[in-house]
Design a protein. Sequence first.
Length: 254
Amino acid sequence: MSDVVRIKKIIDEAYDTKTFVFDWDAETKPGQFLMIWIPGVDEIPMSISGMRGREKSITVKNIGEATDAIHGLREGDPVRIRGPYGNGFDTSSSNILVIGGGVGTAAVMPLTETLGCDMIIAARSDRDVIMEERAKACSGNVMIATDDGSRGFHGNAVQLMREAVASKRYDRIAACGPEVMLFFTYKACEELDLECELSLERYMKCGAGVCGCCVMDDSRVCKDGPVFNKGQIAQLTEFGQSKRDACGRLVKFR
Ligand SMILES: Cc1cc2nc3c(=O)[nH]c(=O)nc-3n(C[C@H](O)[C@H](O)[C@H](O)COP(=O)(O)OP(=O)(O)OC[C@H]3O[C@@H](n4cnc5c(N)ncnc54)[C@H](O)[C@@H]3O)c2cc1C
Ligand code: FES
């Protein structure tokens, strides 16, 4: 579905990250995403970071041309969106530990808000932590981790996850964040015999399973994902290793 929505509120989440709130009547699920059209610049994928009735939002980290153009939008401005796309997270159990790394926190926040489950918010530093108050408003156990120790647990998301799962048995981990974080989350889940669902990112053009830009092995991240479970991730040979850029070139992570 393609629609024009009007921005009704803009929230500053961090020095480089803003949330854009708008009304949109579509049915959406935690973990789904939209394609946001920026005329004359690009059309880019953005997770749906809020879904309260008809009020929806996206949360955008300013890293380049398209995201910078979105940051230039004002309340009242129109935006053309397509979606919702993707499969979304499993919401059948609330005994899950949700992990958000960096702006990936925005993609998992609707899951925490839907289930009221435990959550880890991980960031490089205190100034990069987003959405802590929103998480605390719906969850009784919100843990913060920063790489530099400027707030909360001194260490990364996976180190804190290992501590959390040592004291409580969860049905599943659900996470979104940088691929290196997701890779080590997956490795820890394998080792600990824990189920997981991870929301992956790949370069996308159509968002709807047609163009083939986002293919990993025989899965289209936009249509078969972006959320993949542990068994599916085990089949993705590019996961944690490489991704394709806008020209289709393979770029290695390490
Ligand atoms: C399903 C999905 C959901 C997403 N949800 C969000 C979200 O909720 N919030 C958000 O801020 N971003 C999200 N992204 C990432 C977002 O789409 C990209 O950051 C955006 O396309 C960059 O566009 P740009 O023109 O601003 O940057 P560009 O000019 O295209 O890129 C600037 C720099 O960032 C790098 N870059 C570009 N895309 C990515 C990427 N996907 N991951 C890491 N580095 C990248 C480029 O290599 C370049 O160095 C999501 C991506 C996917 C696939
Ligand atoms: S972006 Fe076109 S198939 Fe996924």
